[in-house]
Design a protein around this ligand. Structure first.
Ligand SMILES: C[S@@+](CC[C@H](N)C(=O)[O-])C[C@H]1O[C@@H](n2cnc3c(N)ncnc32)[C@H](O)[C@@H]1O
Length: 205
């Protein structure tokens, strides 16, 4: 992944997509204060969008220090020093205490997790009683995707081509049986949706 190009697009052309998912997360989970973990955060785009509409404190976790450098920069740009910190780590072994997080969010990272069952159990472990998780991936609604594609075209950028990336991580994610994985994990409360805004798993504790 080209970190700089990904980051530039996430903060620019794709910003509306993160704002859309942040709103969805706020409405679906109702968690607007406490601690939020953005797992596989990249440069922190989803959490940073959620910070604009909630009073949450953030931990931005990623396995890539290059991505976390971007997140650190954006935390300062968005004036979130004291409310947000970065954490280098693997979602399969989250370096946080059990029950220490009120909300776990994650977008676009789950297709890269080597063992989603272990990783989802980790997400559940760090949730506090009453906590919620909203984890998955997608590129927004068809309207948002069309808006981004038009903006890319106007700038002479080739939009993402699903056929070309037929066997890529996002398509693998859409095909995977997350209901089966979650049943096997023993996590008692979960809900999986697959639709034109992606694949999303919601969990409660
Ligand atoms: C496609 S990017 C998504 C970044 C960001 N969440 C977004 O929505 O733009 C996938 C991210 O997941 C991270 N990642 C992949 N495997 C991971 C793991 N096992 N633990 C933590 N982060 C991971 C990558 O380093 C990368 O930053």
């Amino acid at each position: 992944m080209n970190v700089s190009r990904y980051d530039e697009r996430a903060r620019g052309l794709n910003a509306c997509m993160y704002a859309y998912y942040a709103q969805q997360i706020k409405e679906s989970t109702g968690v607007i204060s406490g601690v939020c973990l953005d797992a596989g955060c990249g440069g922190g785009y989803l959490g940073l969008a959620l910070a604009k509409i909630t009073n949450l404190n953030f931990i931005f976790l990623d396995i890539s220090s290059a991505m976390l450098e971007k997140a650190d920069t954006h935390i300062v740009e968005d004036g979130l020093q004291g409310k947000a910190r970065t954490l280098l780590g693997d979602v399969h072994s989250i370096p946080l205490e059990e029950g220490s997080v009120n909300l776990v969010i994650s977008r676009g990272s789950i297709p890269f997790w080597k063992d989603p069952e272990i990783a989802l159990k980790e997400v559940y472990r760090v949730l506090a009683p009453g906590g919620k998780a909203f984890v998955g991936g997608g590129r927004g609604t068809p309207e948002i995707q069309a808006q981004i594609a038009a903006a890319m075209k106007a700038r002479g950028i080739e939009p993402p081509n699903d056929r070309k990336h037929r066997d890529g991580p996002p398509n693998r994610m859409m095909k995977r049986d997350y209901n089966g994985i979650l049943q096997k994990s023993g996590i008692p409360q979960f809900h999986v949706t697959k639709g034109n805004n992606g694949m999303w798993i919601q969990m409660g504790k």
